[in-house]
Design a protein around this ligand. Structure first.
Ligand code: FPP
Length: 234
């Protein structure tokens, strides 16, 4: 039996469908989704999870209708404004990962302030992927390493898996042990492609706004029954 997962990464899917099934606007689903975020962040320390990564907004999500993009950005802003103090109190260390140049100045400042305030906390590390695309991240790491080779700082033969991992935006964060996607969709959608090389995957038939501690505990139980061999034979 495997150990508890230390790092769980979640593709929070199904907000729109959840709302539409109730005759509500899609934004209502995202608002309820933010409540599920709160529940899961609180549950992690109780379930022994040290790192939680949440896919909040992908680089592809910028092409959604303007109204939804604005609504999601406001929701993220409200989350940081209203929750940072509580996160800090609960010893959560917050990290926002993605291409920030696309974000409004106001949001960028809020993110920096929340990250700085919580930087030395030793409880849960909460990574929020925002304006994130895994291929963008891999390209950015590749460019950086190519520049270091061109300038003579490193040799191309110095580049190994460790150096590559440390050139990604997730540098310093251990790879996820378990990836959960809600809503029944079975895709990765440009999510942490390098980092999930040896992760276990769980596709759950629950819409994200309904997700809670019980679903998380169920996912952890399922993970513990998996036989992780990393390509080896026992
Ligand atoms: C996917 O559902 C969800 C998103 C694109 C946004 C996720 C955002 C939140 C849960 C809200 C706030 C987050 C934080 C960290 C406070 P979808 O809209 O693609 O659903 P659908 O597939 O049913 O249309």
């Amino acid at each position: 039996m495997a150990e508890n997962p230390k790092h769980i990464a979640i593709i929070m899917d199904g907000n729109g469908r959840w709302a539409q099934a109730r005759g509500q606007m899609r934004m209502f689903g995202h608002q309820e989704g933010a409540k599920a975020v709160r529940r899961v962040v609180e549950a992690c320390p109780e379930l022994g999870v040290k790192y939680l990564t949440l896919y909040a907004f992908s680089s592809e999500n910028w092409s959604r209708p303007e109204e939804e993009v604005t609504g999601l950005m406001s929701l993220l802003e409200a989350y940081l404004k209203n929750e940072t103090a509580q996160l800090h109190k609960n010893k959560v260390r917050l990290k926002v990962i993605g291409d920030r140049t696309w974000l409004a100045d106001k949001l960028q400042k809020l993110i920096t302030a929340s990250e700085e305030l919580t930087a030395n906390n030793d409880g849960l590390t909460l990574c929020i992927l925002l304006s994130y695309g895994s291929r963008d991240e891999i390209l950015s790491a590749t460019r950086k390493l190519a520049e270091d080779v061109a300038s003579g700082k490193i040799k191309s033969s110095d580049i190994d898996m460790n150096m590559f991992s440390n050139s990604l935006w997730t540098a310093g964060i251990p790879d996820p042990d378990l990836v959960i996607r809600t809503s029944g969709e079975k895709r990765l959608s440009n999510f942490l492609l390098w980092q999930v090389a040896y992760a276990e995957f769980l596709f759950m038939d629950v819409m994200w706004p309904d997700f809670d501690k019980n679903y998380l505990a169920q996912a952890i139980e399922e993970f513990k029954n998996r036989d992780r061999r990393y390509g080896k034979i026992k």
